[in-house]
Unconditional design. Structure first.
Length: 95
């Protein structure tokens, strides 16, 4: 049937596998959010789980203060960026 629609059967299987991976990763993240009390453990595991679905060189979690025009990074994994590292609060531009 896939070939009749111009879509090779392999692509359908690949799409299904990708969707199953996405659902699995989302379920794992959901479990993680309710399982650990130490936020650093949650962040580390979140980065590990997310990397299964979205390979990255760097991932960061930050809080944006739109009134002050700043962003404070609370967590990063991967390649460190000095100006944007944990505890840094650079000004945001372009708002």
């Amino acid at each position: 049937m896939g070939a009749e629609l111009g879509t090779p059967r392999g692509n359908i299987s690949d799409t299904r596998d990708r969707e199953l991976l996405e659902l699995s990763v989302l379920a794992e993240i959901g479990q993680l959010m309710t399982s650990a009390l130490d936020i650093n453990i949650v962040y580390d595991r979140f980065a590990e789980i997310t990397g299964k679905l979205l390979p990255f060189d760097r991932i960061a979690i930050a809080e944006i203060d739109t009134d002050a025009g700043t962003m404070t990074t609370s967590y990063e994994a991967g390649i460190s960026v000095e100006a944007w590292g944990p505890g840094k609060t650079p000004q945001c531009t372009g708002r």
